[in-house]
Design a protein around this ligand. Sequence first.
Ligand code: ZN
Ligand code: ZN
Length: 406
Amino acid sequence: MTGVFEVLEGLPAIRAWQEEVYVDLHQHPELSSHETRTADVVAGHLTEFGYQVHRIGGGVVGVLTQGEGPCVLFRADMDALPVTEQTGLPYASTVTATDGEGNTVGVMHACGHDVHVTSLLSAARLLAESRDSWAGTFLALFQPAEETAAGARAMVDDELVARLPRPDVALAQHVLGSVAGTVDTRSGPVLSCADSIRITVHGAGSHGAMPNLGVDPVVVAAAIVMRLQGIVSRELPPGERAVVTVGAIRAGTKSNIISDRAELLLNTRAYSEEIRLQIRAAIERIVRGECVTSGCPSEPEFEYYDQFPLTINDAVTTERVDAALRRHFGEDRVGEMAPVPASEDFSRIPDAFGVPYTFWGLGGYPEGVTAPGNHSPFFAPVQQPTLATGAEAIVVGVLAYLGQEA
Ligand code: ZN
Ligand code: ZN
């Protein structure tokens, strides 16, 4: 007896409500750090379920205490992306917003954070409706701005640790392209760390017909892009998983003008702090070297932003949660999660409390269907069994600590 059966007995009765919540969230996506409506919806439901509600750093935390026992935190992220939805679903988003650079952009829950919010609200409801089946404290944490790596930090900076009971463990999940109805776990590094880097290369402007009078930053940038390809292939140990991507190059205005600067936007991924620093040093060395080689009049500039920490699942926590998931779902519905070259800021929350955590993958696609990746305008997880499984997995994970047997 762990209480799982009793808590989940209520699941069929809330399915329709669950789907309503999901469709509403899906039709009202909000960009990172602008999740005001979503936060209000979440706070409204948590209040209705009887949670004590805290608004912290743009996020919402519901606290429910049921007698003596451990404390478990479960985190869901709330933000959507500047992507124009092309799923063709009857409930597709038609929302637009103005991005940080003043452009009008489509907004879509293209990373499935609406699945995360719905699943956590569902689990919060089920746990509130069957309080006799568990003991301890449950923290349902909804964070803003995961996509920009700003949200977990904003909550920590707004005294998250001082304002909440200290959890013993923190849990989170992410919907992926794996089979709906299944979950995947893994101990150790599961998600990469990531850095975005804005590099400015300074050339010397000139007439396009008189390149000898200038230093062409387009040529410097081109040389840099080619040299950067050698970092992963030639400088890192074979078998080390890492990525260096040049996502954007911006320079110049006209065909006959040599620009005085070029900007490169890079994104890097690594699975250890050591490799992250090695990549960073190699990028700076190559960029500085190419600038010297070309005779640039001043030093290049490096600005690091959207920095995500590594996500490393604690072995003891993962083992306990994985065993509970296997007991509940059966071996065929719980797989081993492959390390994903994506990043998350979730770990900043357990790290702020100094507690262990585990993060698992939630399937979102029917068997045999090739899922477009997260962030695709076609990303469309099936509502069921994804939402039901999302709620179940949370309840099972939480009750691995707050259940009667635990
Ligand atoms: Zn995402
Ligand atoms: Zn995401």
